[in-house]
Design a binder for this molecule. Structure first.
Ligand code: IVH
Length: 684
């Protein structure tokens, strides 16, 4: 059955969302959703792709084994001799039973897969340590499973990692190559101690042991890693050449133990699936007895011969499965609901909780996302609330314990004004979030100014987050207009600012005054106005003054603008503070005019709509769009029934292509696009 439009869109959305969370988890060491929610998103995408194989695109996150390979990684890449695959997952005993059935089906011998080795699933950082002739030669993170990062020097600082395997394991009878895989972790007690020290020193607290361990390992300076008391458990062999011949996975544990590798004491060999399930349940019940974090338990087929028969998918071996523990819940008191202001003015309510130990660490705050969420959960300051910490990541308030609530307790209402600048907070119809629209709001300053100067906006070279933060700290910047009135004499005195950098910065600022109106609108960070919207508004109105003069209705009537953007523009430019900033930008000589209309271009595309996706050889990203608009056509970001054609460059968006297919919109290659620009006709 062909996927529906909804399913196509949902798959595209899931891919984007999952990729975002991959970056947060693997690259920033800072996940922003619970593991369980992440797993649910991934499972949903897996299911959609299984039901409709055409939804499976080449670079789907369902193909990823682990972290995406980092761009600009600090560590050298290491290609794993044997890929470091992931584990298949079961979220219930039924799913585990189904796995056992699959095993039985794949093995044709009567006695089935035989015994299972049961282990805990440690929530740390996978690592592969390579020994050649008994000496540690390399250690690498898992990375994307195929290529990891070389962290040898940092791993060498960890006491539990043998640097040399000793006489017994050198020379004859010993493996010439031995890769030992395991999990690096920070003990919960060490994590708590570290946070206690940080609290005393007035430093920000670390979120959880896993991210702290990951951050500690990914240090450029190995002495920082050394100071953290990282530990590890060895649980699997990678490449092995020579040495004893093993027939069972359990034998490798004895071997590793003999060599001096730390092996976890909960490993058990069990004969039947029922015993395995009992192990899972027992492990889950006792998970807090351990001084390390676990997020599940693992069962592996013990016989290496059976493992060979079963083989692997591109993602995981078929001979192992991870049973995931349930996310954990505790109750505590909701002391207050406060509101934080993000760098783009978004006002997010969060729960201030009486500290509670849940999921292995102490929780005292949890986001409540927005007003609707607070209302839906019906949590009120003073309530006893249920807090869940899924996968030991971000805590979540599930809801109140209503039996504890006195009748007199009033529902919480969203504050009318910004806690940072006291200006009104606004929420638009159809939008879940409240915003502080004040350009000068101190909380938003760094983000806003950085955005203004970014490449997508005024493109001021050398004006990144650190410079912005430094200038704000020295009282040199209060809003974006101050950029054009900087006191360079004072900047010259700041650390890191020599004569050359001051000259370069001043030239870059001066140059930015010539940007077009579309860039300026983009730079001002007006809600709902993205890159395409900014260009549409700029080319339709041509000058900022026209926008300032226009009423909301007039703006909404502009082709390609619509009521949401019109309202946002009217609100933004109606604000007194923002008007003041605009006046000062004008005085500074910033260009307010839109793109020059290319009058010479023949208006071949009048009335036509051409969507561009992917990279083209002869046009830059915005050039292709400009080529369309300067010929009188429209070039929005998405496809509809009215779209004349979709131009497909290299690596186009899969959702655009499938939508074009679905709606029967013609697709053009670059040559076809050039033909269309020239003649206004689709190629014959
Ligand atoms: S075995 C081919 N055993 O789980 C199987 N992995 O989802 C390789 N993990 O990257 C892994 N405890 O970081 C194995 N006892 C255990 C584990 C374990 C935790 C992690 C490991 C791996 C991830 C796979």
């Amino acid at each position: 059955m062909k996927p529906t439009k909804k399913q196509i869109e949902r798959a595209a959305e899931l891919r984007d969302v999952i990729r975002h969370h991959n970056r947060q988890y693997f690259q920033q060491d800072s996940p922003d959703i619970p593991d369980a929610d992440y797993d649910a998103l991934l499972a949903e995408l897996h299911q959609l792709e299984a039901d409709h194989p055409e939804l499976h695109v080449d670079d789907s996150p369902t193909d990823d084994i682990g972290a995406p390979v980092l761009d600009g990684a600090t560590f050298a890449p290491v290609i794993h001799a044997v890929p470091m695959k992931s584990l298949d997952k079961a979220f219930s005993t039924e799913e585990f039973d189904a796995w056992v059935v699959r095993l039985d089906r794949r093995i044709d011998n009567e006695s089935g897969p035989g015994a299972y080795v049961c282990e805990l699933k440690f929530d740390g950082l996978a690592i592969s340590v390579r020994y050649e002739n008994g000496e540690l030669v390399q250690a690498a993170t898992r990375g994307n499973g195929v290529v990891g990062e070389d962290v040898t020097e940092n791993i060498r600082t960890i006491d539990g990692v043998p640097k040399s395997l000793g006489k017994k394991f050198k020379g004859k009878g010993a493996p010439s190559v031995l890769e030992v895989r395991g999990e690096i972790y920070l003990a919960i007690s060490d994590f708590d101690q570290l946070n206690a020290q940080r609290e005393k020193a007035g430093e920000a607290l670390y979120a959880n042991p896993r991210n702290t361990a990951a951050g500690s390992l990914r240090q450029k300076d190995p002495s920082v890693t050394a100071s953290r008391n990282l530990q590890w458990f060895a649980y699997q062999l990678g490449q092995v050449e020579g040495g004893p011949a093993f027939t069972r996975h359990s034998e490798t544990f004895e071997f590793l133990d003999d060599l001096g590798f730390p092996v976890n004491d909960q490993v058990k060999v069990l004969d039947s699936p029922d015993q395995v399930k009992a192990y899972f349940e027992d492990a889950e019940r006792r998970r807090h007895e351990f001084d390390y974090e676990t997020d599940g338990a693992v069962a592996k087929v013990d016989s290496l011969a059976v493992q060979d028969v079963l083989g692997s998918t591109s993602h995981h071996p078929r001979w192992a499965i991870a049973f995931k523990f349930q996310p954990e819940e505790k109750t505590t008191k909701l002391l207050d609901i406060a509101v934080s202001i993000g760098s783009k003015g978004k006002a997010t309510p969060f729960a201030v909780l009486e500290p509670v130990f849940v999921g292995g660490s102490t929780v005292q705050m949890a986001t409540l996302h927005n007003e609707d969420q607070v209302q839906a959960k019906d949590v009120r300051p003073g309530d006893t609330v249920i807090v869940r910490k899924a996968g030991d990541v971000i805590p979540e308030v599930l809801g109140p314990v209503l039996s504890d609530r006195p009748k007199s307790r009033k529902p919480w209402t969203f504050p009318a004004s910004c806690p940072s600048c006291a200006q009104p907070l606004t929420r638009d119809e159809g939008d879940a979030a409240h915003y502080c629209l004040n350009l000068q709001c101190p909380q938003q300053l760094v983000g806003r100014i950085e955005h203004f100067a970014a490449r997508s906006g005024m493109d001021i070279e050398g004006f990144g987050e650190r410079t912005v933060a430094l200038f704000i700290e020295h009282d040199l910047l209060h809003d974006v207009a101050d950029i054009y009135n900087l006191d360079f004499d004072r900047i010259r005195d700041l650390e890191g600012f020599g004569e050359t950098s001051v000259t370069n910065l001043s030239a870059a600022i001066e140059e930015s005054k010539q940007r077009e109106l579309g860039d300026l609108l983009m730079a001002l960070n007006i809600r709902h106005l993205g890159n395409t919207g900014s260009r549409v508004v700029a080319s339709a109105l041509g000058h900022l003054d026209k926008i300032l003069e226009a009423s909301e209705e007039e703006l909404a009537a502009v082709d390609g603008v619509g009521p949401t953007i019109a309202k946002s523009l009217a609100q933004f430019f109606g604000d007194d503070h923002n008007r003041d900033v605009i006046d000062r930008l004008r005085t500074a000589g910033v260009n307010f005019a839109g793109p020059e209309r290319d009058e010479s271009a023949p208006q071949t595309l009048e009335g036509l709509t051409v969507v561009i996706s992917g990279t083209l050889a002869n046009f830059g990203r915005d050039d292709a769009k400009t080529a369309v608009t300067s010929r009188g056509g429209k070039s929005p970001g998405s496809i509809s029934k009215k779209t004349t054609a979709l131009v497909v460059g290299e690596s186009p968006g899969a959702s655009k292509v499938s939508k074009a297919e679905e709606l029967g919109v013609p697709m053009l290659d670059e040559a076809g696009f050039e033909h269309l620009l020239e003649t206004g006709q689709l190629p014959g």
